[in-house]
Each structure stands twice: as structure tokens, then as C-alpha cells.
Design a protein around this ligand. Structure first.
Ligand SMILES: NC(=O)c1ccc[n+]([C@@H]2O[C@H](COP(=O)([O-])OP(=O)(O)OC[C@H]3O[C@@H](n4cnc5c(N)ncnc54)[C@H](OP(=O)(O)O)[C@@H]3O)[C@@H](O)[C@H]2O)c1
Length: 293
């Protein structure tokens, strides 16, 4: 008798996987390397550029590691849907999601401030949310989400007290957060973001929004046993910092990987030294614009 494939699929146990976005280089690559070394399940090295992603996988394979490549541009909804369909069709349970992909326009970037704001918000916040919400149905109790934030994600970086209150309200919903972030882009479009108290950095707004999303998710998922944290990885030597920075990616990967494998904290903003920092407290940086403070 021919086997009942449908039944086989439902009784088959799901294989557990970890996903890292923006993993072809920098911090994401280092996180993937460490996960391949320490995590027992399959590790997806995802990258928007297929050639760069496959090359990165080959580099890790030369170290005796076994990442699985998947092309994933987080700003492309079709790309996200294709990846999620792949997870579904392979009967995979996502145990770890590390939202690492991100962009930063440095001060001398030629793009207009509106383009910078739109792209920064799109990659760092809107797409991170879209991917995470698409992956959530494939997570169960024991799942871990690590959002790579920044010192720029500290609430104190937003000048307006009114905006800080909105971002940090325990009643803030995801829809309200999306509206709040959209209003930032509208304010940049109308050239009034400074007057409205957002400050001059789209990167700050994007990472503060990532932290706000982390805490919304934590409130929603803690009772289901899914752990959500956001982390400032330190000033990392990568293309984003044009090779500046004071910590190598492999060292900076330690805290995010620890949060992905065995989180001691839940629903927290974790600093690069592994300690939880109060999001609404004093700016925790000790070194600002080249000066000790
Ligand atoms: N470097 C630091 O000092 C520092 C400090 C605090 C926080 N962070 C955060 O750490 C994370 C990693 O940064 P990094 O320093 O490793 O920077 P990086 O070397 O520039 O790497 C960024 C990664 O994100 C990917 N990416 C960008 N847009 C994407 C998209 N639409 N879809 C998928 N992937 C995309 C890039 O892919 P391509 O190669 O194709 O561009 C690259 O793989 C970011 O979230 C960043 O904000 C960095």
C-alpha cells in the first residue's frame, strides 16, 4: 500500500532551525559562525545577495561548519514569503531568530535626508517587523528572538519627552508603533522632524522603534515561553563603521549568541557587556562623540 504522505508529515517531528538575517558579513556572519559551532539544529545564513551569501557559507564550510544558505532580502515581501513557505514546506520549527540586517548612513552620505530616513526605517524597523511577524507562527515555547539594536536605540536618544512617553508606553500596540514611526517619516518629508523632537538621526528613530517592538513582543509572547530581547553589540569593526570600532565581530557576537542559546534575561535591552540596561534611564554610553562622559 502506498504511504499516506500527509499523515507522515503531521506525525513527523519538526526539525529545529536558527535564522540570522544579513549574515553574509560583519556581525551577522560572526553570529552565524558561533551558532554553527554551538547550536545543534540547522543554521540558516541568509543574505539579500546570493553570491555574497554563498561565498560566506563557503568560508564557514572551510572552517568545518555547516550553515544552510537562503536568499532573503528583508525589504522584499515576496522574498520573505518565499523563505517562510520554505520553512513551512520543510516542516521546520524556528527556535532562534536573530534580526541582524541593518543599514546606517554616515554623516557624509550623499543621499537626501528623506531618502536616508525612508531607507533606514524600511530596513531597520519595518522589514524587521514584517519578517518577525511572518516567522512567529513557526515558533513555539522555547523560541528566542534577538533583535540587534544599538546604543542609538536607547530611549534617551529621542529629544522629545512626549515622544519618549509614546514609545515607552506599556499600552503601545504594534499598529500604534507603526503609526508613530510613519509620522516620523511624514515629519522628515515636511522638514519639521527637529521641531517635532525626533532629533536628526533616522538610525536613532529606527533602533528606538526596534526596542519598542521588542518590548511589545515580549508582552505578547512571554506567556507562550518565547523569549525576546534586544541588544547593543558594541562599536563593531565592520563595513558599517568603515572598519572603525573597538570590538571584532566575533567578540561582539558572544552576547547575541548567548541570548539566543540560553537567555538569562527576558524582554530586556542588553548592553554589549551582557548587562541589562534600563531603556528609559540615563544614556548608558561612557564615550560620546570621541569624549568620555
Ligand atoms: N557596527 C557597529 O558598530 C554597530 C553598532 C551597533 C549596532 N549595530 C547593528 O548591528 C547589525 C549588523 O551591523 P554590521 O556592523 O555587521 O554592519 P554591516 O557589516 O554593514 O552588515 C549589515 C548586513 O545587513 C545586510 N542588509 C542590509 N540591508 C538588507 C536587506 N534589505 N535584507 C537583508 N540584509 C540586508 C547587509 O547586506 P549587504 O552586504 O548586501 O549590504 C549586511 O549583510 C546592524 O543591525 C547594525 O545596525 C552595528
Amino acid at each position: 500500500m502506498a504511504p499516506n504522505l500527509d499523515q507522515d508529515k503531521t506525525t513527523m517531528s519538526e526539525s529545529k532551525v536558527a535564522i540570522v538575517t544579513g549574515a553574509n558579513k560583519g556581525l551577522g556572519y560572526a553570529i552565524t559562525q558561533k551558532l554553527c559551532e554551538k547550536y545543534k539544529g540547522k543554521v540558516y545564513l541568509t543574505s539579500r545577495d546570493e553570491v555574497k551569501g554563498r561565498n560566506a557559507c563557503e568560508q564557514l564550510m572551510k572552517l568545518g561548519l555547516n550553515p544552510t544558505f537562503y536568499q532573503l532580502d528583508i525589504t522584499n515581501n515576496e522574498s520573505v514569503k518565499k523563505f517562510v513557505t520554505h520553512i513551512h514546506d520543510n516542516n521546520e520549527e524556528v527556535e532562534i531568530l536573530i534580526n541582524n540586517a541593518g543599514v546606517l548612513f554616515l554623516k557624509d552620505a550623499p543621499e537626501s535626508k528623506l531618502v536616508q530616513a525612508q531607507q533606514t526605517i524600511s530596513v531597520n524597523f519595518t522589514s524587521l517587523v514584517f519578517l518577525t511577524e511572518a516567522i512567529l507562527p513557526f515558533m513555539k515555547s522555547g523560541g528566542k528572538i534577538v533583535n540587534i539594536s544599538s546604543s542609538s536605540g536607547h530611549l534617551s536618544r529621542i529629544p522629545s519627552e512626549d515622544l519618549r512617553k509614546k514609545f515607552s508606553s506599556k499600552k503601545l500596540t504594534l499598529d500604534e508603533l507603526k503609526c508613530l514611526v510613519s509620522s516620523y517619516v511624514e515629519d522628515v518629508t515636511a522638514d519639521r522632524e527637529i521641531r517635532k523632537g525626533w532629533g536628526a538621526s533616522p538610525y536613532v528613530v529606527s533602533k528606538v522603534a526596534v526596542n519598542a517592538y521588542t518590548f511589545i513582543l515580549h508582552r505578547k509572547l512571554a506567556s507562550q515561553g518565547i523569549t525576546v530581547n534586544c541588544v547593543h553589540p558594541g562599536y563593531v569593526q565592520s563595513d558599517m563603521t568603515h572598519g572603525a570600532g573597538n570590538i571584532a565581530p566575533l567578540l561582539a557576537a558572544n552576547v547575541p549568541v548567548q541570548l539566543a542559546l540560553a537567555p538569562r534575561e527576558i524582554g530586556q535591552f542588553i548592553w554589549h557587556n551582557g548587562s541589562a540596561v534600563p531603556w528609559g534611564g540615563k544614556d548608558p554610553r561612557v564615550y560620546i562623540d570621541g569624549r568620555h562622559v
